[in-house]
Each structure stands twice: as structure tokens, then as C-alpha cells.
Design a protein around this ligand. Structure first.
Ligand code: SIN
Length: 280
């Protein structure tokens, strides 16, 4: 069905850009079409927006309750908004490995709305991968095996006290004690689209349930390499006023860490999701 109140331009590999809209003043019909574009494309991009933190929160609440990230530092005065910050002297950034947000939670976040606040002079792009098509293009035998599996996800190795002692905490993570492990199906039935999607990721998935890490890792590595092939991925180049809104159950993302010596500051709100159902 054609879009009538916004222009939706598909991005090669993953996602779509939504043009002809001011998110501060959407009509009801535009809102309907933005929701449709999100369900259809998994990640949607906006340009030339001028959202204040209050308007960012208001836009997020249209989609559902806000799921406050317990590890990232909040924006001062706005606990709902997490700072994704890299200072000029920092070596690491947040989210370089391909991942999707909050899979370490029992009820993982539905989506994340990232607003550019301060950008490096070049670099700092975000890559996105379409994990529907990645799953659909696997061979039938592997798909069948994966449909029968569940995987253990954890935040401890990223945000826990031991991880901070080992790797330092230059990104300012908090709540090192609020870590834990959860189990999710490896292939989910997406709650909006009804399509099957791969639900493991390189940052938070430890191993398949009932499998050792050694046995799981070669299969996981194969899935990570497969899903991040160029035909399933896109690169989003940020500009002032850019916003990306991704569905954590339909895409992966990776923040490029290629702008050392410069600051990059983004504001992220995660929108709450629902329990995930296995595909099979
Ligand atoms: C994230 O992983 O949520 C951050 C993405 C980015 O900074 O581009």
C-alpha cells in the first residue's frame, strides 16, 4: 500500500528513511504511516528534526512506556534519556559490536530512539542489519535447528563489577550490581510483523541453552558473519537533526568507533517491549 502523507524511501540493505515530516507536529495520518513504516522496515531514519529532550520523550511515549537503561548515564534532568557519549580521550565507544539493545532483560526493549546531539567532524556512523532477511536466507536445516533452541543472554560481562575491574569504566556505566542472565528463543515470531527473526547477538548472547560456550560459539560466529553481510546491512551517516528509531527485535546495530580525539554525544530512549514468543 502506498504512503500518502509521508515519503518512505527504502535504504539499501536495511531500513528506510521517512521524509516530509516534522516529528513535533505530526498529523494522525502521518503517525499511522510512521508506525507502518517502522513495522515494515525495522529501522526508520529521520533528518532535519529539532526535538528538545521533552519532545524526544513525548515522541517515545507515543510508542509505549519508556524502559530506562540502568547502566548508561542519564542526561542531567531527564532520567528517561540515556547518554551515549564518547569523549575525545576515550578509546572505547558504546555499542561497537553488532548487537541489539537490552536482550539481557527478561522483557527486552522494543525499540531505541537515538537523537544526534554532538557529532564528530567525520565518522561515527551506525550500521544496521536486517535480521529477518538474515534468518530467512539461512539453509532450511540450520533454520530448523535454530527454531528449536533457546539462548542465554547476560549483561554481567559488559556492565558487571568484574568487567569494570578488568576493562575499566571510561564510558561511565552505573549499577554494576544490577546484572543477570535470562533465556530467550533463538528465533522469535516478531510481535508486530509475525515474521521470524534471529534473536541472538554478539554483545549479550553467551551460549545456547544446554550447550557449552565452546560448542555454541562456532554456530553463533557463523550467524554473526552471515547476518552482517553487505546485502543485509546499511550504514547511517549522522547529521545535525538526524534520528534513528530501530526495532530491537528486527535489526542489529553497530556504532562505528572511528573518530578518536573527537566527542560524539547521542541521546537514546528505549521503549519497553513484551515477552518474546518462539517461532516454532
Ligand atoms: C547503541 O548501541 O545503542 C548506540 C548506537 C550509536 O551510538 O550509534
Amino acid at each position: 500500500m502506498a504512503y500518502e502523507t509521508v515519503e518512505v524511501r527504502k535504504t539499501e540493505g536495511c531500513g528506510a528513511e521517512v521524509l516530509g515530516i516534522d516529528l513535533r507536529a505530526m498529523t494522525n495520518r502521518q503517525w499511522d504511516e510512521v508506525q507502518r513504516a517502522f513495522a515494515e522496515h525495522g529501522v526508520i531514519f529521520f533528518r532535519d528534526q529539532k526535538l528538545t529532550p521533552e519532545q524526544h520523550i513525548e515522541f517515545a511515549r507515543r510508542w509505549g512506556a519508556i524502559d530506562i537503561n540502568r547502566y548508561f548515564p542519564p542526561v542531567s534532568g531527564y532520567p528517561e534519556i540515556a547518554e551515549v557519549r564518547k569523549e575525545p580521550e576515550a578509546k572505547k565507544n558504546i555499542g561497537e559490536r553488532w548487537h541489539t539493545d537490552h536482550t539481557y532483560d527478561q522483557i527486552p526493549a522494543m525499540g531505541s530512539i537515538l537523537v544526534a546531539r554532538e557529532l564528530p567532524s567525520k565518522g561515527g556512523d551506525t550500521m544496521f542489519a536486517d535480521i529477518y532477511r538474515a534468518f530467512e536466507s539461512l539453509s532450511d536445516g540450520l533454520k530448523d535447528m535454530l527454531r528449536g533452541l533457546r539462548a542465554v543472554h547476560s549483561s554481567a560481562h559488559r556492565f558487571g563489577a568484574q568487567a569494570q575491574a578488568k576493562h575499566g569504566n571510561e564510558l561511565g556505566f552505573r549499577n554494576a550490581d544490577k546484572v543477570g542472565d535470562v533465556i530467550h528463543p533463538v528465533v522469535i515470531r516478531h510481535p508486530l510483523s509475525g515474521r521470524e527473526a534471529l534473536y541472538v547477538n554478539g554483545d549479550f548472547t553467551l551460549h545456547f541453552e544446554g550447550w557449552s560456550v565452546e560448542d555454541s560459539q562456532p554456530v553463533l560466529d557463523h550467524l554473526y558473519a552471515h547476518a552482517t553481510r553487505p546485502e543485509f546491512t546499511s550504514r547511517f551517516q549522522w547529521r545535525d537533526g538526524s534520528i534513528a528509531f530501530w526495532d530491537n527485535r528486527a535489526t542489529w546495530h553497530s556504532a562505528q568507533n572511528d573518530y578518536h580525539g573527537e566527542r560524539r554525544l547521542m541521546h537514546r530512549i528505549t521503549v519497553a517491549g513484551c515477552a518474546l514468543e518462539p517461532a516454532a
